[in-house]
Structures are given as structure tokens and as C-alpha cells.
Design a binder for this molecule. Structure first.
Ligand code: ADP
Ligand code: MG
Length: 687
């Protein structure tokens, strides 16, 4: 089988190349085949200078007019040439460190140049364009050439060639979907689709192929989900719980009343935990809608009934924040929690102490990261498992934690903005509660989308807010795969910002590469208001709650997905103060500004996510992924909502005709699940 064959079996893939493949997690031929292109390069027909659009990769055909002239600037040799098209309009070409071109480019000669069109004043230029002859270019025209995720030393060409060879090992009869499904939903065969994903003949073929693989991906995911649901529905409630005075008193002491939506959900949780079956519920609510308090109530009810509860968060920072919040409640309201924190960065001794408290039952509330599901943790009476921002966890992790108890109640919280119909499909194994209103004391956030020239004003504004006692976030983007670069971004930016703000303003930074303990310390200092302005990468995107922060400034906003920007915006406007979002865009291109303007017009997470995808259009099928959403390998729950519904229907149909999956027709599918240990088909993003 192709899964088991190592990549070095491919001709031309030696030890060295195999090691490079290992760096991008490609070990077997199967891995390689599933290493789908990141996007495709298209060689469209050449354009004239007038038609060339700045910011686009395009090809221009013309005649070299000016005689190339070489300039030396330090170690750099710069060669400028002028290309004139058939309308008589010119574009400047600049080549770096290619002095030999002086001999190659003949004034009067005709050539094709392909490169990024740039605007310099009123002129258009291309830097370091690639040169083609007509024949060479003709061969590429109209084709879609795959571009793969690479690592240093591994070229796109090597990957292309290796994939082409790997496909020869791929058995032509490979098909997973039962015939009954294929007949109802006509589509390419599995192998045809895989082939076309790597080497499409046309855009149309690519889309058909992609749709087929997306269907397969959703189908297998939903089938596993359905099977889980059947199991869950039969899970008896081993930990029946009843409301006690503890939660009632806690609610009375809270400085705010629950919103109507929160009250309704709290009712659902109480009912679930007292019912004959174990709770298996999702709470869905937009950022800031107040999900945490509901988890606290459920956990408190659990503690008051004499059991243990656990709450798992996707990041240490968030886990620590939950721990602090709840410890604060204990201190202030004297509620019955004996909480303990468990995270990866704790020392061995600290962990041992935590394990002991968990095993003895001395701790009745355990808060942490996926350290909670490590083998060494033994619970004494785990009856309720809460996972916050669950989409960050795989189904498997959720289940592993549940398996730590004997079939405890499960509560999942998510801010992923999806409409109820999709939520019901995607969280098929869970009942869904929706919090569809924000607490009443919230003022709508004021937004602005501006260019970089606005920066000084933004800094002034931040200084003013800080002087008024508020705090601010400034987000810098992660530079794609450039580890050290993005680190410098945040650090350098912090320096710049310190210089721009009055010296009394405390500025600190936070990024993903810092030690977890340092991250926690910085977050604690920010929460304690020892830091006024926090410069950060998107590590703060998930769940952080500092209600005193009122400004969210995002640099290079154009590089983020809108859903992600919406999450970032959710970090402010969490208290009674008027809050502001400043989205700085380095590109003032019309399309970019329009896309960002969506954030101005709406605060509705789902609306934003769908608009974003509409604007990106079907051409961008492998475009920026929504972060933090359901991370399927190919499928996107928004753009592919129709396929998702179709796959859901197909699963129903299969289970009606073959509920136990024992027919011959289902054999390939069942084997596939066996080969790929359960839900492996779905690559949930773990962080
Ligand atoms: P999220 O749903 O994004 O997880 P949180 O649970 O962190 O939101 O709540 C955001 C903030 O709103 C917290 O400071 C919380 O104390 C506060 N909050 C929650 N419920 C209410 C309410 N009913 N009225 C006022 N503030 C509330
Ligand atoms: Mg939250």
C-alpha cells in the first residue's frame, strides 16, 4: 500500500531530499500525494503595459529599446532596461546581480518578461522579471502549475516531479466511497480527483476535483461523528447532579445579571446534568457573549454535588486566565471550588503536587491545557469536562479527556461563527445551545480602516486612552513561515512604539516563541494593569479577557482573514468602556480596503466570515484559511456549505441502507477508517 512506502523509494529522492520532505511532514508516498498544492501559478496571455495591473504577476511582450546600463551600488549590480510594447508604451525592467544580461538583451530584440507589476510614481516597473521565448511561454500558457509548501533546500520542481512519480504507485482502483453514494452523487473517481488536484488541465477540472475531495473529507468526518453520536446518545448519566444553593448564591453575588440568552443556556445545562443521559453539549456564542460564566456555573454545580470538574483551554495563557478568574471568585464570593492549575510549563515538582491533589480529590476543579489529558493524570471522580474554544482541539483530544473519567458530562464552548444549521451538522454529536445576545452594558465598538499615514494619530489616541486609565493592544502579523522575522517584528515594533509614546506609558510585547512562563507573566502584568500597551502577535487572539483594554490596533490588517480580525476585535469592548479598533492597512488597493470595510459595517461574526469568502471568490480556492475554524485539509465550512449539506445527507442515506456498515459496498470505507485510525482524515489544527 502506498501509505507504507517511504518517499525515498521514488526515483530521484535520495537521503537528503527525503530528510527535507520529513521537515514538511512527508514521510510516505501517501503523505506526498496528500501534500496538496498551496496554490497554482497560471501563465495567462501577455498583457500590454496599459493593461498591466500593479500588484499582479503578469507577462508583457515587447521590444527592448534603451541600451541596458549597469550601475554598482555597494555589492549590488543593477541593470535597468526599457521594454516597449506594440502600443509604443514602455515599462522599466530592473535586474539585480545579473550583469550577464547586458550581453543577452539586444536593443531592438523582442522578449517576454514575467514579473510583479509595480507602480513607481506615474511609471510601471518590473523587478527581477523572468524572461521567456515565445515557444517556452506558449507551452505554459493556460496551464495551472502547482505550487507546494516548501522548506529551505526543497524546490517546487523537486516536489512536482516526486508527486508525479508517487502517483504512479497509487493504485488506480483506489476508491473509498460506496457505490450507492457514487451513483447518487456523480463525481470524479478518487484517483482522478487526486491526480487533477496536483496537475489540473483547467481551472474547471481543478474545481471538480477539489469538490470531490472535499465531499470525501466531509463525508468521512460526518460518518465518524454520527457513529459517535449514536454512542453518546446511549451514554447513561453516571453523575446525576442537582441544583444547590451554591449556584443560586453565586448568581446573586455576581455584579451583573445573566442575559436572557445566558439564563436559557444555564437552564439547559442544569437539565442535561440531571437527565438520565450524560450531557454532551456545545455552547456557541460570539466573542464577548459571556460563555465563561456558564462553564463556571456548571462546574460549580458539579463541585457542589461532590464531584470533580475539568476545564481545558487551548493555550496556557487562556488556561491561566481562567484559573485567575475563578480563583478570584473563590476569594470574593467564597464559592466551593478547590481549584488547581495544570499546564505544560509547570515544573516537575509543581506537576507532581497537582497530580496528587487531583488523584486524592483534594482538588475539585482542574484547569489547564492539554496537560490535562496526559497519561499521568488520574482523576478521583471526574464528572464534567469543559473544553473552551474547542475547535482548537481535535475530536480525539476531547474524547481522551472524557475517557479520563467514566463517561463524564461534556461541555464544549466555541466562538466559531457558524449558523445553527451548519453547527448541527458539524457538531453532530453534540446538542447545540446558542448565546445570541451580548451583555447589555456593552457599547458598540468604533472601527476605522486606515493607511499607514494614520499611525502617528493612532499613537496619540492610544496615549490619550492610557492617560484616561485604559489599555491597548497592538497586533503585528506573523510573517509567513519566517520564524525569526516575525519575532523581530514584534520586538522592533515595541521599540518604535516606546519611542513614539510618552515615557510614562508601559509597553511590553508577547509572541508565540516566548517561553510559556514568560507569556503568562506578561499576560498577568497586563491584566494587573502594570502594562499599558501590549504589542503582540495573534497569540492573544483566543479568549483573552481584559475588560479594561479599549483599543485594538492591528498592523498589516490586510494580511489577516476577516474572521480572525473579528476575533481580535473581540478582545476589546468587553467592559463598560467605549472601545475602538484601528485596522492599519499597508495596501490601499481598492479591493483590500473594501474587504476590510466589511468589519466596519458588521459586528456579526458569521456575516463577516461569509462576506469575506464571497469577496475572495471561487478562484482563491486554496487562499488564506480562516484561522481557528474547523480546519479541514481542503474543505471550508463557509464556501463549501453546500457540499457539507450534501455529504451530511449522503451519510444519512448510507446509514439507512447499511447501519452497521457491514455491506461489501462499505468495505473500502471501513478499511480506510482502520488504516487511518479513526478521524485521521480530518486534520484538526492543533497549535
Ligand atoms: P466569551 O464568550 O468571549 O468567552 P467571556 O466569558 O470572557 O466572553 O465574557 C466577557 C466579559 O463579559 C467578562 O468580563 C465577563 O465577566 C463579562 N460578562 C459575562 N456575562 C455578563 C453579563 N451578563 N453582563 C455583563 N457582563 C458580563
Ligand atoms: Mg472565552
Amino acid at each position: 500500500m502506498s501509505d507504507a512506502i517511504p518517499v525515498n523509494r521514488i526515483k530521484g529522492v535520495g537521503e537528503k531530499t527525503a530528510a527535507l520532505f520529513g521537515k514538511i511532514n512527508v514521510y510516505t508516498i501517501d503523505d506526498l500525494i496528500r501534500h496538496y498544492p498551496r496554490d497554482y501559478e497560471t501563465y495567462d496571455a501577455p498583457v500590454s503595459v496599459r493593461e498591466a495591473v500593479p500588484g499582479k504577476l503578469q507577462t508583457i511582450y515587447g521590444q527592448i529599446t534603451a541600451i541596458p546600463n549597469i550601475k554598482k551600488v555597494r555589492n549590488l549590480s543593477i541593470l535597468n532596461a526599457v521594454l516597449k510594447d506594440s502600443n509604443g508604451e514602455s515599462i522599466q525592467l530592473t535586474f539585480f546581480n545579473m550583469p550577464f544580461l547586458k550581453k543577452v538583451l539586444k536593443p531592438g530584440g523582442f522578449y517576454l518578461f514575467r514579473g510583479l507589476i509595480q507602480q513607481r510614481g506615474i511609471h510601471k516597473i518590473m523587478e527581477q522579471p523572468r524572461m521567456f521565448t515565445w515557444d517556452e511561454y506558449q507551452k505554459k500558457t493556460g496551464r495551472l502549475l502547482p505550487r507546494y509548501a516548501l522548506t529551505k533546500g526543497l524546490t517546487n520542481q523537486t516536489v512536482q516531479k516526486s508527486v508525479a512519480q508517487a502517483l504512479e504507485y497509487y493504485p488506480p482502483e483506489k476508491e473509498y466511497l460506496p457505490q450507492m453514494i457514487l451513483q447518487k452523487y456523480p463525481m470524479l473517481s478518487h484517483r482522478e480527483a487526486i491526480y487533477a488536484l496536483h496537475f489540473p488541465e483547467s481551472r474547471e477540472e481543478l474545481l471538480t476535483a477539489r469538490n470531490r475531495m472535499v465531499f470525501e473529507e466531509f463525508f468521512s468526518f460526518l460518518l465518524v461523528l454520527r457513529k459517535n453520536k449514536e454512542l453518546a446518545a446511549k451514554t447513561e448519566n453516571h453523575f446525576p447532579m442537582y441544583e444547590t444553593a451554591d449556584t443560586v448564591r453565586f448568581l446573586e453575588q455576581l455584579p451583573f445579571p445573566l442575559t436572557k440568552a445566558q439564563k436559557k443556556v444555564w437552564g439547559e445545562l442544569r437539565e442535561d446534568m440531571g437527565s438520565p443521559y450524560a450531557m454532551n453539549r456545545l455552547i456557541q456564542g460570539d466573542v464577548g457573549s459571556g460563555k465563561t460564566i456558564l462553564a463556571v456555573l456548571a462546574l460549580l454545580m458539579c463541585a457542589a454535588n461532590g464531584y470533580q470538574g475539568a476545564m481545558m483551554a487551548p493555550t496556557e495563557v487562556l488556561a491561566v486566565q481562567h484559573f485567575e478568574t475563578i480563583s478570584g471568585y473563590v476569594k470574593k464570593y467564597g464559592i466551593a471550588f478547590r481549584p488547581v492549575l495544570l499546564t505544560g510549563s509547570m515544573t516537575a515538582k509543581e506537576k507532581r503536587e497537582a497530580y496528587a491533589k487531583i488523584a486524592s480529590g483534594e482538588a475539585n476543579l482542574i484547569i489547564g491545557t492539554h496537560a490535562l489529558i496526559q497519561e499521568k493524570v488520574e482523576y478521583s471522580s471526574l464528572a464534567l469536562v469543559v473544553t473552551d474554544e474547542q475547535h482548537r482541539f481535535g475530536v480525539r483530544q476531547r474524547e481522551t479527556l472524557a475517557a479520563k473519567g467514566s463517561e463524564p458530562h461534556v461541555l464544549v464552548m466555541s466562538a466559531t461563527p457558524i449558523p445553527r444549521t451548519l453547527a448541527i451538522i458539524l457538531y453532530g454529536d453534540l446538542k447545540v445551545s446558542v448565546i445570541d445576545e451580548l451583555p447589555a452594558n456593552r457599547l458598540p465598538i468604533k472601527n476605522c480602516v486606515v493607511g499607514t499615514s494614520y499611525r502617528p494619530k493612532a499613537y496619540e489616541f492610544i496615549a490619550k486612552e492610557v492617560a484616561a486609565g485604559r489599555q491597548a493592544y497592538v497586533i503585528c502579523p506573523m510573517v509567513e513561515e519566517g520564524e525569526s522575522e516575525d519575532l523581530e517584528n514584534v520586538v522592533d515594533y515595541t521599540e518604535k512604539l516606546r519611542a513614539a509614546l510618552p515615557p510614562s506609558v508601559q509597553v511590553a510585547y508577547l509572541h508565540g516563541k516566548m517561553r510559556p512562563s514568560d507569556k503568562n507573566r506578561i499576560m498577568e502584568e497586563f491584566a494587573a494593569k502594570e502594562i499599558d500597551v501590549l504589542v503582540s502577535t495573534t497569540v492573544i487572539e483566543v479568549g483573552i479577557n481584559v475588560p479594561n483594554a479599549t483599543v485594538m490596533m492591528v498592523e498589516n490588517a490586510e494580511r489577516f482573514g476577516l474572521a480572525q480580525l473579528h476575533q481580535l476585535r473581540g478582545r476589546v469592548g468587553r467592559g463598560e468602556f467605549q472601545s475602538y479598533c484601528i485596522f492599519i492597512s499597508t495596501s490601499e488597493a481598492k479591493e483590500t480596503m473594501e474587504r476590510l470595510q466589511i468589519l466596519n459595517h458588521s459586528n456579526d461574526g458569521f456575516h463577516i466570515a461569509s462576506e469575506d469568502l464571497k469577496l475572495r471568490g471561487p478562484g482563491d480556492i486554496f487562499g488564506i484559511r480562516q484561522s481557528g475554524e474547523f480546519a479541514f485539509v481542503l474543505g471550508d465550512i463557509y464556501t463549501d456549505a453546500n457540499i457539507l449539506k450534501e455529504a451530511s445527507d449522503a451519510v444519512e442515506q448510507l446509514l439507512v441502507s447499511d447501519p452497521e456498515l457491514t455491506d461489501d459496498d462499505s468495505l473500502a470505507l471501513v478499511n480506510y477508517f482502520k488504516e487511518h485510525t479513526a478521524v485521521n482524515v480530518v486534520d484538526f489544527r492543533t497549535i
